[in-house]
Design a binder for this molecule. Structure first.
Ligand SMILES: CC(C)(COP(=O)(O)OP(=O)(O)OC[C@H]1O[C@@H](n2cnc3c(N)ncnc32)[C@H](O)[C@@H]1OP(=O)(O)O)[C@@H](O)C(=O)NCCC(=O)NCCS
Length: 142
């Protein structure tokens, strides 16, 4: 089941975040994004009573910037990420947003495949944005 991210979910999310990234978001970053609920579209995927995935995105005028989509390691490649992204895109359409934008590490082939399946197109790159790796900028028109 997909629900809005609440402060009560943050402990669980931090565990997934810290086991997924070398430079994880801090508790404050998650808490801030939760408090600014008018600006952020944040969702969690609950498997029975446990959070196994989450998505963080920010509304900037008529666009939505996707900052994070993360599924816990044991639950990857099981369509959880696809369901979160689909849900978020539907919410963006309901809000009459015109575009979803993101940047992704050029070496993150799983995430790039997911974005391409949803129709995201490459619109640019940022050299060495993630250490030695470039960032790929992708957009989805809604
Ligand atoms: C990227 C991520 C969110 C995808 O979520 P997911 O639930 O694992 O993905 P899905 O099961 O919905 O798969 C969607 C597509 O992504 C690709 N994919 C996802 N995981 C994959 C894997 N382990 N191996 C190969 N392809 C994979 C496939 O193309 C897949 O489509 P297919 O099943 O039709 O081949 C997840 O792998 C993840 O959390 N990665 C670590 C965090 C991260 O890098 N997030 C993105 C940047 S914030």
């Amino acid at each position: 089941m997909i629900t809005k991210l609440s402060i009560a979910n943050i402990e669980e999310i931090i565990k997934i975040e810290e086991s997924s990234f070398d430079n994880p978001w801090t508790r404050n970053q998650f808490t801030d994004s939760c408090k600014k609920f008018n600006k952020y579209l944040n969702f969690v995927y609950n498997d029975t009573s446990k959070v196994i995935g989450y998505l963080i995105s920010e509304i900037i005028l008529d666009e939505v910037h996707l900052y994070k989509i993360v599924v816990s390691k044991n639950n990857q490649n099981n369509k959880v990420g696809s369901k979160l992204l689909k849900f978020m895109i539907e919410e963006c359409k309901k809000l009459n947003k015109i575009r979803v934008c993101l940047e992704v590490d050029s070496q993150n082939s799983n995430a790039i495949k997911l974005y391409k399946q949803f129709g995201f197109l490459t619109v640019g790159t940022r050299n060495k944005y993630y250490g030695n790796n470039d960032a790929i900028l992708m957009d989805l028109g809604l």
